[in-house]
Design a protein around this ligand. Sequence first.
Ligand SMILES: Cc1cc2nc3c(=O)[nH]c(=O)nc-3n(C[C@H](O)[C@H](O)[C@H](O)COP(=O)(O)O)c2cc1C
Length: 338
Amino acid sequence: MFLRPGTPALVLAPMDGVTDALMRELLTEIMPFSYCVTEFIRVSGTVPSDRVFLNDVPELRAECRTASGAGIQVQLLGGDPERLAESASRAVSLGARGIDLNFGCPAPTVNRHDGGATLLKFPERVEAIVKAVRAAVPPLLPVSAKLRLGWDDMSAIHVNAERAARGGASWITIHGRTKMQGYIPPAYWGPIGEVRRALEIPVVANGEIWNVDDMRRCQDETGCEHFMIGRGALSEPGAIRACAETLGCPVRASDCSIVGNDPTEWRRLLELVVLRSRERDESERRAVARLKQWLNYAHKRGTISWFDSMKRLLTSDEMLSQLDHLSRALPEGAREAA
Ligand SMILES: Cc1cc2nc3c(=O)[nH]c(=O)nc-3n(C[C@H](O)[C@H](O)[C@H](O)COP(=O)(O)O)c2cc1C
């Protein structure tokens, strides 16, 4: 369901405000991700209620898999080992098949409340948290940790990764940047490779992998066989299929291979978002926000050239019609180049 030694994996990154249940369903339906991780569930004063878990992770009712069968790890974020352990145990009792612990979130509000990347300043706490959660979760279910390189010092990854492993992490995922580096390129893959060589548990490499070339360079630099991709799934959807093919992961004929600017292909993709949104009785506003969010990622990356003509439209029908219009307006052969 998750990582197996010798079997390369491509993991859908957790992205708060982006990869909710609908997007997990959609992205794993059209892209060959091996498994995915939920957006973080915050554990602060109390253990989240069943309602919170089931609301954020409705897949708990369905063997904790997406509709297309991809496994889902439930990610918890907090600083209190006992409360996190209790929360993990609650998640498992509701159907979770794996827990991931967030030691990377850079948001000041989260960090001020003793969560996310702030814990990287206290390696002994990283170990205590992993250990407590590991003890609370049945041995056959994985408990992993997702780390940044450090708070402000990249070399902190060595002690934090070692402590997470000592706490019993099944594997660790490393986003190759410190908290202070935010999301500013580049990501530093070198330290990920050093940790992979030093530890016996698997290491998943993450950060700034947008396409096959990036993945290959990351693979060369780290020696990793497992990769997590977040923003790239939205900005260049076909790259996931290409990465999976390169790694030898199973790929379905139906997996998305859209790579460029072609509005016809983007229309097919976005129509699925609208469809899934309507199936869930979401508001029109929500559907439009989803479409714009997705296109904005592709626009920022430079994959599409026509976002400006879409961003002020108010309904999903208008947006799909505009894509029809763009498809007709763009001459054959000019689409890829545009
Ligand atoms: C909008 C957004 C929300 C994120 N939310 C989470 C989260 O909930 N948990 C987490 O561990 N990482 C979170 N991340 C970090 C990503 O999982 C990933 O580590 C980061 O985006 C780097 O990977 P990428 O370059 O492939 O996007 C988030 C990133 C973004 C852009």
